[in-house]
Design a protein around this ligand. Structure first.
Ligand code: DC
Length: 218
């Protein structure tokens, strides 16, 4: 199953809870891009240099574990969600060869198990044959408010105007890139989560998933 959408649409919380309820593996593709961006910053590698970032990736083991990501065996925790990583990851995610390598790793993980994968291109590019696909959206105001609350919860002060400008810029970069742009797959169910509680979104997606899986398997 795939869940795509822009930042702040509620994907990761929903995907994690849905995976728990279905007994599927939760695969946070954004965390893989973030771990790589974190490593680039740590090694003073330019996040916009395709050759250097790819070389770094080829020497990196990125493992997704239930509550985060391990980079070369080290648990990164909230370090992948800092404002510095936010800025670097948008650039890392533009690099076509880096994307192709990460996509190959994402496909390899999902071959062995049923997964709920969340990201930007999972329904269109990583797993185009997935049985169930969702695309979550929300108004810009709501996405900014959610992201702000999340950052404040982690102890980062945020100026809402600057955050809004940054999120619009990230959306633009995500939508305009040539490899794996942010887009709803033609067969994805599009859900606008504006004004919805996360629990209600999870319920809605869970019910829709059960119906879809029952219709496929009957
Ligand atoms: O979902 P997130 O905010 O953790 O994603 C981090 C960054 O990685 C974001 O800039 C978009 C990018 N990304 C991507 O390009 N493709 C994915 N499948 C997942 C994330």
């Amino acid at each position: 199953m795939t869940i795509d959408g822009p930042a702040g649409a509620g994907k990761s919380t929903v995907a994690r809870r849905l995976a728990e309820r279905l007994g599927f593996l939760y695969l946070d593709t954004g965390a893989m891009y973030r771990a790589l961006a974190y490593k680039a910053l740590e090694h003073s590698v330019d996040p916009g240099s395709e050759g250097d970032v790819l070389a770094l990736l080829m020497n990196s083991v990125i493992e997704l574990v239930p509550d985060g990501v391990l980079l070369d065996g080290e648990f990164l925790g909230p370090r992948i969600r800092s404002p510095e990583v936010d800025r670097a990851v948008s650039r890392v995610a533009q690099l076509p060869k880096v994307r192709l390598e990460l996509v190959a790793r994402q496909r390899a993980i999902s071959e062995a198990r049923d997964v709920v994968m969340d990201g930007r291109d999972t329904g269109t590019f990583v797993l185009p044959g997935a049985d169930v696909k969702f695309f979550l959206t929300a108004s810009l105001d709501e996405r900014v408010a959610r992201r702000r609350a999340e950052m404040q919860g982690r102890g980062f002060a945020v100026d809402p105007r600057a955050l809004e400008a940054e999120m619009l810029e990230r959306d633009r970069l995500d939508q305009e890139r040539t490899v794996g742009p942010l887009a709803a797959a033609p067969d994805a169910m599009v859900v606008d989560t504006t004004g919805m509680e996360i629990e209600d979104v999870v319920e809605w997606l869970y019910a829709a998933t059960r119906r879809r899986l029952a219709s496929i398997r009957s």
